[in-house]
Design a binder for this molecule. Structure first.
Ligand code: DIG
Ligand code: MN
Ligand code: MN
Length: 388
């Protein structure tokens, strides 16, 4: 696979807002002309993407007339059929319009909360019509600058009421659709509710239909919280809740940079790719990222190709790491188990507990064991540096 070319089986997807980013940032105007959804679908087809995702407003401007809406959808569907791209995921923009300035589901204004539900249901209908099987919720404005404005218990209850309502809507419509909740610790709000993937996993457990709801962890968002992204994803995989994933990159201690996948921390990206491939994650590899503001659309295509190439290169590195006899030898050694503890551990029993309480342990001898992780990590680095 030395050419590292994307194929549909890799399930690489991009949101319209990613390759469609015009380079606007809080301190600067756009540096790229806006492209239409149809043009973006063709751009993604040119670089070899499998699918395209959208927020309602990315596809259909919020003030569109019903006639304009119908034309946009018709044209979008034609672009999808012309290129073969699919729409695995849809989501709602509950953060851009001023009405959401104090949140959507957690707004103090019941009219805003009701409007948000309406906006989501209308786009769930469209997402399902276009073939989406996953619906993402990113609570971009669900948070506070001052906690004088609302209390976190009320906000959690409002969030739960909204997600329960929308799960019931999906069930009522008999849609084959599941929800993926995306965490972020801050930006654009000062502090956001459900700040990390861990918070989301705890929140999902409180829902009426938790089986319909999983998570959509994003690299940059867990990094912003100073967390190890592979650990967050591992916990989601263990809970069978990794319904979608947003891949990008991020320097620590920064605003959400949404960099090209693997652009900053190749080692962290390696362990993530290895985890996804080892556990045969079969969802989209969605690149929720955008090109530098400095780029033109040729640069945007390099950005998109780079996301996918880096993933495929790291996938090959992961296979090399898994096949490396010296690496696997260290792991076998460090995980050696002579079975002597199995009579005490595993599934609890009173006999096991009583026997274990009588057992003596030679703490100094056990503690004196060297674990050879320096050699293991050096070998890992050498796989990444291409000398193994
Ligand atoms: C930001 O990381 C968010 C929005 O782009 C979108 O709602 C979600 C879907 O990937 N990610
Ligand atoms: Mn982001
Ligand atoms: Mn995202």
């Amino acid at each position: 696979m030395t050419e590292y070319l994307p194929k549909p089986e890799h399930k690489f997807t991009f949101g319209l807002w990613t390759v469609g980013s015009t380079g606007r940032d809080p301190f600067g105007e756009p540096t790229r002309a806006k492209k239409s959804p149809v043009e973006l679908v063709h751009l993604l087809a040119e670089v070899g993407a499998y699918g395209v995702n959208f927020h309602d407003d990315d596809l259909i401007p919020i003030n569109s007339t019903p006639t304009e809406r119908a034309t946009i959808i018709k044209d979008f569907k034609k672009a999808l059929s012309d290129t073969g791209l699919v729409v695995p995921m849809a989501t709602t923009n509950l953060f851009g319009d001023p009405i959401f300035k104090d949140g959507a589901f957690t707004s103090n204004d019941p009219k805003v909360r009701a409007y948000a539900l309406q906006k989501v249901m209308v786009n769930i209908d469209l997402g399902v019509e276009l073939g989406a099987k996953v619906y993402v919720f990113w609570g971009g404005r669900e948070g506070t600058e001052t906690d004088a404005s609302k209390d976190p218990v009320t906000s959690t209850k409002r969030m739960r009421e909204a997600i329960n309502y929308l799960c019931d809507y999906v069930k009522d419509q008999k849609y084959d659709l599941k929800f993926a909740l995306e965490a972020k610790p801050n930006e654009p709000r000062g502090d956001m509710y459900n700040a990390t993937t861990g918070h989301m996993l705890g929140f999902i457990a409180t829902l009426d239909h938790p089986e319909m709801v999983g998570v959509n962890p994003e690299v940059a968002h867990e990094h912003m919280a100073g967390l190890n992204f592979a650990h967050s994803v591992g916990q989601a995989l263990d809970a069978n809740k990794l319904f979608h994933i947003d891949l990008n990159d991020q320097s620590f201690g920064r605003y959400d940079q949404d960099f090209r996948f693997g652009m900053v921390n190749q080692k962290a990206a390696f362990f993530l790719v290895k985890l996804l491939e080892d556990y045969k994650y079969d969802g989209s590899r969605h690149f929720d990222a955008h090109a530098y503001r400095t780029e033109d659309y040729e640069g945007v295509k390099h950005f998109a190709r780079g996301c996918m190439r880096t993933y495929l290169i790291l996938k090959e590195k992961a296979a090399r790491w898994n096949a490396d006899k010296e690496i696997q030898g260290i792991l076998a050694e460090v995980n050696a188990d002579d079975g002597s503890m199995s009579k005490f551990t595993g599934k609890y029993s009173a006999d096991k507990a009583n026997a274990l309480k009588q057992q003596t342990f030679d703490r100094p001898a056990i503690a004196s064991r060297g674990l050879d992780y320096e050699r293991l990590d050096q070998l890992t680095v050498e796989v990444l540096l291409g000398v193994r």
